[in-house]
Write a protein that binds this ligand. Structure first.
Ligand code: XMP
Length: 515
């Protein structure tokens, strides 16, 4: 069996809050999974060669005009289907017509008790009562003809139903959410027991398939890749390098907004580790002058993005005959930059924009993956721990960790404070437990006393978070002594700082970066 023949589950996205998690959990069960728009035409779905489909949740009402719906022909493809929440209601409405789904009659949010009627099949090997996570206003109240009810709950009379001979299933709750006690087992039952899919997908299959796909896309063309030294662009570069070798050129743009010693580190890592064509461009002056006087966060992002385009255009001209641009875009970047169904939080500079102006076709082999999956791909490709476990760093760099105007003085503070914080977290052996940690330079000044003198200096904000998939994050409960040592050292060693604060906001409502 080649990687191309591996089973694949397509998740049809109807705008659900947890769609990304569904695909993720399916992959965790050893079956490859990708997300596609919910209204994709049946022939397009077919052409992607899925073995099964999942309909995601979504905020709509299935009977409302304009509600997102699947192409009705999708039901005739003979593929197993699992509907989750809104997806469950879509199945009920398709097979049962009006009257099966009731709007807001009961609904529910949070944990509810599920009572299983049929402890076989989807619930095989599981207790007859379990806690599940729900988040819905509408409910399926009647089982469509030819379906059987499998379970009910406090929030919905038909919490699970099936038409076993057609392998069509629906659940009102969210098996992909950790709060559903047996969510993983329910998904495994559906994938393996009901759909007969084998759990043989892993990162080796991903690498094989991605390499084949990249070769098909690029053919005998040449590609350019912006390498920041972060995990995502490094893994994307390594993957494309494996596919097309020396026809890939990586460009490291030294924009002057990096962490301490980062440019040397990146150049060293790639020169020493992989036989990759790497061009390093010193663009510090132009980025800093583009940012002069700019204080608005989105404007900073826009200008940094713009400068990147210019540098790339120049490099592309120098290299000549390039048709492809490799980007380390990962799934959370896509979501946060807006998928059409979710709001734009921040315009990530590596998503959108570039190809239209540069007329380069995008190659984004990691677009469906989460950071920890990207790390596992990187391990497969033999990247070093230094690269793989480096905390994420935003594309616009320190420009979005310095509030207000970016100046040399604030850059020096950001680098100094960040390096100390990282050293202390590493010394406490917590670097891998924390998702991300960094210092933010604020425009706040306050009065302090050092020696016998009055000071009037800047406040540095330390931020450390834990996260599973970056979509949500908790502020990290770092030990007091780590914070204490970091704060003392920053005030003593970083010129111009006389106060250090620690950010205890989670995401949501905060975001991880401050801008
Ligand atoms: P927020 O601040 O949106 O950050 O919670 C989520 C994750 O994304 C990183 N980040 C970026 N990554 N380009 C990137 O490649 C960007 O423009 C960008 N902005 C934020 C951030 O560091 C965190 O890991």
């Amino acid at each position: 069996m080649t990687a191309m023949d591996a089973d694949k589950v397509l998740v049809l996205d109807f705008g659900g809050q947890y769609t990304h998690l569904i695909a993720r959990r399916v992959r965790d069960c050893g079956v490859y999974s990708e997300i596609v728009p919910g209204d994709s035409p049946a022939d397009e779905i077919c052409s992607r060669g899925p073995s099964a489909l999942i309909f995601s949740g979504g905020p709509g009402n299935v009977y409302a005009g304009g509600a997102p719906r699947p192409d009705p022909d999708v039901f005739s493809l003979g593929l197993p289907i699992l509907g989750i929440c809104y997806g469950h209601q879509l199945i009920a409405a398709h097979f049962g017509g009006c009257g099966c789904v009731n709007r807001g009659r009961r609904g529910g949010y949070g944990r509810v008790n599920l009572q299983v009627d049929e402890p076989t099949d989807l619930f095989s090997g599981l207790p007859e009562q379990m806690e599940v996570w729900v988040s819905h206003g509408d409910v399926v109240e009647e089982v469509p003809e030819s379906f059987v009810r499998l379970a009910g709950s406090e929030s919905s009379a038909v919490a699970a139903m099936a038409r076993p001979e057609r392998r069509i299933y629906g659940v009102q709750f969210h098996p992909e959410v950790r709060h559903t006690s047996y969510g993983r087992e329910i998904l495994q039952n559906w994938l393996h027991r009901i759909c007969g899919l084998s759990a043989d997908w892993n990162m080796v299959s991903f690498v094989d398939e991605a390499v084949e796909q990249i070769r098909r896309q690029i053919g005998d063309g040449r590609a350019i890749c912006g390498l920041s030294g972060g995990v995502d662009s490094s893994v994307a570069a390594a993957l494309v390098h494996r596919a097309i070798g020396e026809r890939l050129t990586c460009v490291f743009v030294d924009h002057g907004l990096h962490r301490r010693d980062e440019p040397e580190l990146v150049r060293g890592m790639f020169a020493g580790h992989m036989d990759i064509n790497l061009v390093s461009v010193d663009a510090r002056e132009r980025f800093l002058s583009a940012l002069r006087g700019v204080t608005d966060p989105e404007e900073k992002r826009r200008r940094v993005g713009h400068e990147f385009i210019s540098v790339f255009e120049e490099q592309a001209r120098v290299l000549g005959d390039l048709r492809f641009l490799v980007q380390g875009t990962i799934y959370p970047d896509v979501v946060e930059s807006g998928t059409g169904v979710s709001a734009v939080i921040k315009s990530h500079h590596n998503v959108g924009g570039l190809p239209e102006r540069m007329e380069l076709e995008l190659v984004e082999p990691l677009r469906d993956l989460f950071k920890d999956e990207v790390r596992r791909v990187g391990e497969e490709l033999g990247l070093t721990e230094d690269i793989l476990w480096r905390h994420p760093f935003p594309g616009p760099g320190l420009a979005v960790r310095i509030l207000g105007e970016v100046t040399e003085e604030k850059l020096a503070i950001a680098r100094g404070a960040d390096a100390i914080f990282e050293e202390e977290i590493r010394a406490a052996d917590l670097y891998r437990d924390v998702w991300q940690s960094f210092a933010v330079v604020t425009d706040l000044r306050s009065v302090g006393v050092m020696g016998d003198d009055r000071t009037y200096g800047r406040t540095v904000m330390l931020r450390a978070v834990t996260s599973e998939d970056v979509m949500t994050a908790e502020w990290a409960r770092l030990p007091d002594d780590v914070l204490d040592t970091a704060a003392r050292r920053i005030v003593n060693e970083v010129r111009g700082v006389n106060r250090v604060a620690y950010d205890i906001t989670s995401k949501p409502p905060g975001t991880i970066e401050w801008e």
